[in-house]
Write a new protein. Structure first.
Lengths: 232, 230
């Protein structure tokens, strides 16, 4: 379905975990692509034209055709570049589990990661941290169940759920610092995930794409500074 | 996949998310056992099979649970791929588009409708403006097509199914028109097409029961809002 001279572009930005997902997927499939980075604070004509409904990154442009929404893009990449290693699991129930947990991460867990450092009171911060830890306990259980003793949720190689969750590791580490060194991933409580996180981060398809914690912390400062005038 | 195994569906009598799964199972001719939950008194089965959310629907296939309605729909499509209709198009670009719109229904359209229905005053006006905007986008997307996925009914159509049977209930309770022939000719035509599908039409909970249920829900939310505003 996909040919070597296909035109592949990705509209995105380096700090976004959602943008990381298709980048990892394209790397896994050894697909060359042009990374079109949006300027922080403004949206390009191309982005507005390619994703008129949400005006959000990432957007994959495959031979000029746009595909939007990070998980949908990853599934598309898996279907189109079918000769490369599989990203979604082979078994239908395993696929359902991967999609279930990816939805949980996006809808329930990651919003708390972003909200925690911005919590107005110590109490609110504490509550946010508790929620994050509860979520990680669930994910530790899921990891044990799904990995079946292998390194990744996807088994021997990283797969859909590894990508969905792993793309959040950069911000998770940054938020731990922002919260004063709180340990969310914890060798005692979430030993499986701690090992998984290291292996994931070191994977060749991931390591150049996952931003360093320091760079994200700098970026977070810029974000918070920009947000201040709006809060009254 | 020759032996389709044991299929059980946990839902409620009125859950719009559960209905989607009913339609998929019925259209594909998959026999299943239906269990209606009382969410004020959740069964052990539900707590065991959906410990993370304790929500319906849950599909249990040969003892293994699948949760989240859109995830269930994809599972059904993949597992019973030899039973027509296909719930997603074959072409990857069209599949991505179908998934995109299904997500839009749940993440944008439904919350807008919820706000319009459970609030009053300015918040309600904002909700109504929001759902009007979402319907405009959906109307434009649907134009010239029989269903959101193209020629055949599929996952995005199921995801918007509440527009057909629930929105008239909301309109009656609110005394407002949300979907109309003039602004939404394609959606209105699509609604008629959906209603013509026998297994879908037969599955709708009784309208009077829905009116009672949803009127009570609106009252509850308005009362809670009053209480919290002092």
């Amino acid at each position: 379905m996909a040919a070597n001279n296909d035109d592949v572009k990705l509209i995105g930005a380096w700090p976004s975990p959602y943008v990381m997902r298709p980048r990892i997927a394209l790397n896994l499939k050894s697909v060359e692509y042009e990374f079109l980075q949006e300027q922080f604070g403004s949206k390009s004509e191309l982005l507005l034209k390619s994703n008129p409904v949400h005006k959000k990154i990432p957007v994959l442009l495959h031979n000029g055709k746009p595909i939007c929404e990070s998980s949908i893009i990853v599934e598309y990449i898996d279907e189109v570049w079918s000769s490369g290693p599989s990203i979604l699991p082979a078994d239908a129930h395993d696929r359902a589990l991967a999609r279930f947990w990816a939805a949980y991460l996006d809808e329930k867990w990651f919003p708390n990661v972003r909200a925690a450092p911005r919590a107005a009171t110590e109490e609110a911060k504490s509550a946010a941290v508790s929620q994050l830890k509860e979520g990680l306990a669930l994910l530790e259980g899921a990891y044990g169940e799904i990995s079946r003793g292998k390194d990744f949720f996807g088994g021997e190689r990283i797969g859909f759920l590894d990508i969905a969750f792993g793309s959040m590791l950069g911000w998770l580490r940054a938020v731990q610092v922002m919260l004063g060194g709180v340990k969310l991933l914890d060798e005692e409580k979430t030993p499986g995930l701690v090992k998984w996180a290291d292996k994931f981060s070191a994977d060749p398809a991931v390591k150049d794409v996952l931003p360093e914690t320091e760079k994200l912390l700098e970026f977070a400062k810029i974000l918070m500074a920009k947000a201040k005038p709006a809060a009254s | 996949m020759a032996d389709q195994g044991e299929v059980k569906l946990l839902k409620t009598w009125s859950s719009l998310f559960g209905l989607r799964v009913v339609w998929a199972l019925k259209l594909k001719g998959i026999p299943y056992e239906s269990v209606d939950e009382d969410l004020t008194n959740k069964s052990d089965l539900l707590l065991q099979y959906n410990p993370v959310h304790t929500k319906v629907p849950v599909l249990i296939h040969n003892g293994k649970p699948i949760c989240e309605s859109l995830v269930i729909l994809e599972y059904i499509d993949e597992t019973w791929s030899q039973n027509p209709p296909s719930l997603l198009p074959q072409d990857p670009i069209q599949r991505a588009s179908a998934r995109f719109w299904a997500k839009f229904m749940d993440e944008k359209a439904l919350p807008s409708m919820w706000q319009a229905f459970t609030k009053k005053g300015r918040e309600q006006e904002e909700g109504l403006a929001s759902i009007a905007e979402k319907l405009k986008l959906l109307e434009a997307e649907l134009e010239g097509k029989k269903f959101f996925g193209g020629e055949e009914i599929g996952i995005p159509d199921f995801a918007l199914g509440w527009l057909v049977n629930l929105v008239p209930v909301f309109e009656e309770i609110l005394g407002l028109k949300i979907v109309d022939e003039e602004r939404h000719p394609s959606l209105s035509e699509w609604s008629r097409r959906i209603s013509d599908i026998r297994v879908i039409e037969e599955s709708w909970p009784p309208r009077d029961k829905l009116v009672t249920k949803w009127a009570a829900i609106r009252d509850h939310f308005l009362a809670t809002a009053r209480a919290s505003s002092g």
